[in-house]
Design a protein around this ligand. Structure first.
Ligand SMILES: [Cu+2]
Length: 307
């Protein structure tokens, strides 16, 4: 019985170490803009803030490991050295000034080492630098709505594209499948994406229209609450062209897991042409806009207005 149990433990240990090594390898070589299966650690940083968060996390990890190993080593040594068999007459020492000084001062030094990068990072991420553009994200049950006040008030809603949704028509499923191809990410892809230019400081204003939500994009190091009646502010400056994913990060109701965030970081020229396209769409007469919207979302498939 014991032998079989030991064998099983050995097997489990082998699987764990294989997974751990595979993850280490994965983390070191793959570019991740979204979460990956069996991922350990953070997604690759796309902004300076996220880079600082990652290195601060690594610093804390080293400190925590050193403390844990040190405490464990002392405990094991004490259990062995001062057991009743080895140490039948216990010491009666109750105070030791030097020792007490050390165990007070050393933790203070450790905290000072932590607090300096911690406050630096806190202010770096919190204070919005001079922004080149602003976008406003409003959380609703259960989608995000975006506005670009600096670009002729472009506005749109971003809904999750869920190809497993039984209510989505076969025609629409085909359309989205063709659009996304192999890259489709369920619960992360949206019908309208946030588009921003690369190397541009973007101020993000965040609020909500009904209940609490949170706008979070891990690769940017952003997680800001969306509170009804309150305007929160954060910022990012994406350094790499690419697609970045996030999700609502405040439990907001039944379909909380179905309001993803997709940010496409594009070149400045691509952004300008995207703005032109969006503005043209926004400037359509109201009725036509409505019809386009209804057609697009497939609420109306027949009837006069849809033509
Ligand atoms: Cu939400």
């Amino acid at each position: 019985m014991i032998f079989r149990c030991a064998l099983r433990m050995q097997k489990i240990f082998k699987v764990f170490s294989a997974v751990f090594l595979a993850n280490l390898f994965w983390a070191s070589c793959a570019f991740a803009s979204s979460a990956k299966d069996w991922q350990m650690g953070f997604q690759d940083a796309a902004t300076a803030v996220m880079r600082d968060i990652t290195s601060f996390h690594n610093l804390l990890l080293i400190i925590i490991i050193l403390i844990t190993v040190f405490v464990l080593a002392i405990l094991v040594y004490i259990m062995w050295r001062f057991s009743a068999a080895r140490n039948p007459v216990p010491s009666t020492t109750t105070h030791h000034t030097a020792l007490e000084m050390i165990w007070t001062v050393v933790p203070v030094i450790i905290l000072v080492v932590i607090v300096v990068p911690s406050f630096k990072l806190l202010y770096f991420s919190d204070v919005v630098p001079k922004a080149d553009m602003t976008i406003k994200a409003t959380g609703y049950q259960w989608y995000w709505s975006y506005e670009y006040p600096d670009h002729g008030n472009i506005s749109f809603d971003a809904n999750a594209v869920d190809l497993r949704d039984p209510e989505m028509s076969a025609e629409d499923k085909k359309k989205w499948r063709t659009k996304f191809g192999e890259d489709y990410k369920r619960l992360l892809d949206t019908d309208n994406n946030v588009v921003v230019p690369v190397n541009t400081t973007v101020r993000v204003q965040i609020t909500a229209g009904d209940v609490l939500h949170a706008w979070a994009v891990p690769a940017f190091g952003i997680k800001t609450d969306a509170v009804p009646g309150r305007l929160n502010e954060t910022w990012f400056k994406a350094e790499k062209v690419g697609t970045y994913y996030g999700q609502c990060s405040e439990l907001c109701g039944a379909r909380h897991g179905f309001m993803p965030i997709r940010v496409d970081v594009v070149t400045k020229a691509d952004f300008e042409s995207w703005v032109k396209r969006q503005t043209a769409r926004n400037n359509l007469p109201m009725k036509k806009q409505f019809v386009t919207f209804m057609n697009k979302t497939n609420f109306v498939t027949k009837g006069e207005d849809a033509k």
